[in-house]
Design a protein around this ligand. Structure first.
Ligand code: ATP
Ligand code: MG
Length: 443
C-alpha cells in the first residue's frame, strides 16, 4: 500500500520536499505526554472518536516571493474557492504558509475534494487528514485511530511540521514520540525514506492535523498571478501541453480555436472542446472562443496568395485575431504549441514572420522540447488520448503542397497588400462563438 501519490509524480515520494533527516526512534521509548497544554492555551481538548476532515495545501514557489507572498497566496485561495464553489459551502483558510480546506457545514468527501484541489497550479502537495486540538494526547489518539491494520503495511514513518513555533514540542520530538506511540501498537519497521505508510502531523494555530494521505500537485504559480493570456488551441498534442505549462506559471488562459468548417467536420471542433474541458481542471473555469477561419480568411488566401505562403499567412491572421481576443480578455500575451523545427512552418524565420503580425509577445513554452517529452507531459496531464483522436486539421484544399520554410515579414507585408486585412479580421472576429467550460462535478 502506498499512501503517497499524486498526478504529477504518481506514486512517488519526494524526499526533498518536506522530509529532513532524522534517526529512527529508539524503542521502547517512554511516552511522555504534554498534559495540560490544551488547557493552558485555551484549546478545546480532543473529544475522541471524531476528527474534522481537512485538506492541508502546501504551496510551491509562492513561499519564495518575499513581499509579494500575500498576493500570491490570495490568488491560490481564490482559485481553491472558485474550483470548489459547486460543491457546497467550503471553508478555505490561509494559515502559516498553508491553506486549510474543508466543508463548512457538513463534511465533504475528502478524496474527491483533494482530487480537484491537487491539480491547481501553485499547489505543491495536498495532505488529507483530520483535525484535533493541539493537545498532544489528542494528536496521539488521532494517529492511533488512523492506523491501518497490522498486516496491511510493513513499514511506516512519521513527519511533523510546526507552523506554530510556540508549540512546546519541537518537530523532531513530536516525531519521536508519535513514532514510539505507533510502535507500541503495531510491530512495523521504521522507514523514513519510502515507507508503506506515512503519518504526517502538522501543528498550526491552535490545531493539530494528522494526515495519512499525500497527493503531489503541479507546483508553479497560482492562476492569475502572472495575469492573463490567450492560448491558441489547435486540437493537436502540443497546444494543450503549452497551455498547461503556462498555466503553471500563473497565467489565466482563454482558449482560441480557428476551425475550417465546412471543410472540416464537426468532430474536430468537439475535440477542441474536450481538450478545453481537460484544461478547465487546472484553472477554475476555461473560456473557449471558436472562430470560423475558412470564410473569409482562408478562402481569400487560397484565392489570392502564392501557395507556399499559405500557412504563414494563416498564422499571421491568427495572431491578429488573437490580439482581438486578448483585448477582450485583458490578456497580455499569446501562447502557442510551436517547437523549433518540429514541422516546416516552425523555423526561426517563420516564427519571426508570424510574430511580426502580433502586437503581443508570443510565448512558446515547448520551443526547445522534443516530441517525446511533449507526449510525456500530455499523458501526465491527461490530454494525450483526446489529442490523438483522428480529426481533420485542415483539408488538403486549404494546405500548400510545399510550404515555405523561410520567409521574412517584409515579403509577407508585400504579399498581404492584396488583402483588406482589417476588414477580414473584423468580419472573422464578429463570427466568433464563445463558451465557458467548467470542471464537471464529480462528487
Ligand atoms: P499542435 O500539436 O498543437 O496542433 P502542431 O505540431 O500541429 O501543433 P502547427 O500545426 O504548426 O503545429 O501549429 C503550431 C501552433 O499554432 C499550435 O500549437 C497552436 O498553438 C497554433 N495553431 C495551429 N493551428 C491552430 C488552429 N486551427 N487554431 C488555433 N491555434 C492553432
Ligand atoms: Mg496541429
Amino acid at each position: 500500500m502506498t499512501r503517497t501519490r499524486g498526478f504529477w509524480h504518481p506514486g512517488t515520494h519526494h524526499p526533498a520536499v518536506d522530509h529532513g533527516g532524522g534517526l529512527p526512534w529508539p524503542r521502547p521509548v517512554e511516552v511522555e505526554r504534554v498534559l495540560g497544554f490544551a488547557a493552558r492555551n485555551g484549546c478545546k481538548p480532543f473529544q475522541g472518536g471524531h476528527l474534522r476532515k481537512t485538506l492541508v495545501i502546501h504551496y510551491d514557489e509562492i513561499a519564495l516571493k518575499g513581499r509579494n507572498r500575500g498576493a500570491f497566496e490570495d490568488h491560490l485561495v481564490r482559485g481553491v474557492r472558485e474550483i470548489t464553489r459547486d460543491l457546497g459551502p467550503v471553508s478555505v483558510q490561509k494559515l502559516y504558509g498553508r491553506i486549510l480546506v474543508r466543508g463548512k457545514d457538513s463534511e465533504l468527501p475528502l478524496p474527491a475534494l483533494a482530487a480537484r484541489v491537487t491539480l491547481l497550479p501553485g499547489v505543491r502537495y495536498v495532505l488529507e487528514g483530520g483535525e484535533t486540538g493541539q493537545d498532544f494526547d489528542a494528536i496521539l489518539q488521532a494517529i492511533e485511530d488512523s492506523l491501518p491494520p497490522q498486516e496491511a503495511v510493513g513499514t511506516f514513518g512519521v513527519r511533523a511540521k510546526r507552523g506554530d513555533k510556540s508549540y512546546p514540542l519541537r518537530s523532531g520530538e513530536i516525531e519521536r514520540r508519535a513514532g514510539a506511540h505507533v510502535l507500541e501498537r503495531r510491530s512495523w519497521d521504521v522507514d523514513l525514506v519510502d515507507p508503506d505508510f506515512w503519518v504526517r502531523i502538522e501543528i498550526v494555530n491552535g490545531r493539530g492535523l494528522v494526515c495519512t494521505e499525500r497527493h503531489e500537485g503541479p507546483g508553479g504559480l497560482p492562476t492569475g498571478a502572472s495575469g492573463r493570456g490567450i492560448a491558441l488551441l489547435s486540437g493537436g498534442i502540443d497546444s494543450p501541453v503549452a497551455a498547461w505549462m503556462m498555466m503553471t506559471r500563473g497565467l489565466r488562459l482563454t482558449g482560441l480555436h480557428f476551425h475550417s468548417a465546412p471543410y472540416t467536420n464537426q468532430r474536430s471542433q468537439e475535440k477542441v472542446r474536450d481538450l478545453a474541458r481537460h484544461l478547465a481542471r487546472f484553472q477554475p473555469s476555461f473560456e473557449l472562443t471558436m472562430i470560423p477561419f475558412a470564410e473569409p480568411i482562408q478562402q481569400a488566401i487560397v484565392t489570392s496568395a502564392p501557395q507556399k505562403y499559405r500557412v504563414i499567412l494563416y498564422r499571421r491572421f491568427m495572431m491578429r485575431l488573437a490580439a482581438h481576443a486578448a483585448a477582450a480578455a485583458k490578456a497580455g500575451c499569446i501562447v502557442t504549441g510551436e517547437a523549433l523545427g518540429q514541422v516546416a512552418s516552425q523555423t526561426v524565420e517563420n516564427m519571426a514572420t508570424v510574430e511580426a503580425a502580433s502586437s503581443l509577445p508570443v510565448l512558446r513554452p515547448l520551443v526547445g522540447m522534443g516530441k517525446a517529452k511533449i507526449i510525456d507531459v500530455a499523458r501526465r496531464i491527461g490530454t494525450f488520448d483526446t489529442s490523438i483522436e483522428p480529426h481533420d486539421d485542415c483539408c488538403s484544399y486549404l494546405m500548400p503542397r510545399s510550404p515555405a520554410t523561410r520567409s521574412n515579414s517584409d515579403e509577407l507585408d508585400e504579399v498581404e497588400r492584396v488583402f483588406d486585412v482589417t476588414a477580414l479580421v473584423e468580419e472573422s472576429w464578429a463570427n466568433r462563438q464563445s463558451e465557458t467550460l467548467r470542471q464537471e462535478s464529480r462528487l
